[in-house]
Design a protein around this ligand. Structure first.
Ligand code: IMP
Ligand code: MG
Length: 183
């Protein structure tokens, strides 16, 4: 295993990104003029490690919720399509949402979550969040199939399969405190 991003660098970058996120929301009129929190929506399971560290470095008002998306076991193939398997528990109508995930690779997962929040299968009430921002720990540049980008990114990495800090290979290695490449 080769360490790609060590623990200290991850923590420093999360601090920088937390500052950017604070600055973004502190500038919004709704944030200044209401008592509404930002709903930090973690994508399970991989996103929870980054989310736990990120929210503890934010100064803005937050509440937390989670969404679970099925992903491909082991390594990615282009044919697979993610789907929502556990819904958030909060009613997110008119909410200001910050989606937090471990990595942006093909962009399908974030695309699926965003689309689900914007166009849920909710036939009676018109259900729309007020805003959606996205934050990821890692980003593999140039691979997104749907022009998906994240608003806040801690580290750009090469196109290699990485593990640790929430990222797994067949369910293992999520708990490593650094990001590493399996060799
Ligand atoms: P995307 O849908 O291709 O953008 O990938 C996002 C999801 O795929 C992430 O939330 C991860 O669960 C998983 N994933 C993508 N690349 C990697 C990797 O290099 N290691 C571990 N998991 C990954
Ligand atoms: Mg994931």
């Amino acid at each position: 295993m080769r360490i790609l991003v060590d623990k200290k660098h991850i923590q420093n970058r999360i601090g920088d990104v937390a500052w950017e996120i604070d600055r973004h929301y502190n500038k919004q009129d709704w944030y200044k003029n209401t008592k509404e929190p930002v709903i930090v929506l973690g994508v399970l399971s991989g996103g929870m490690f980054f989310m736990a560290d990120l929210v503890r470095q934010l100064s803005i008002r937050t509440e937390m919720d989670f969404i679970r998306v099925s992903t491909y076991p082991g390594k990615a193939t282009t044919a697979q399509k993610p789907r929502i398997i556990v819904e958030p528990t909060k009613l997110l109508h008119n909410a200001h949402i910050l989606i937090v995930d471990d990595i942006l690779d093909t962009g399908k997962t974030l695309g699926c979550v965003k689309e689900h929040l914007l166009y849920p299968h909710f036939p009676i009430v018109q259900f729309r969040p007020a805003s959606i921002q996205t934050a990821v720990l890692l980003c593999k540049p140039g691979k997104a199939v749907n022009n998906m980008t994240a608003d806040f990114v801690c580290c750009g990495i090469e196109d290699e399969w990485v593990v640790g800090y929430g990222l797994d290979y067949n369910g293992r290695y999520r708990n490593l405190p650094y990001v590493a490449v399996l060799e």
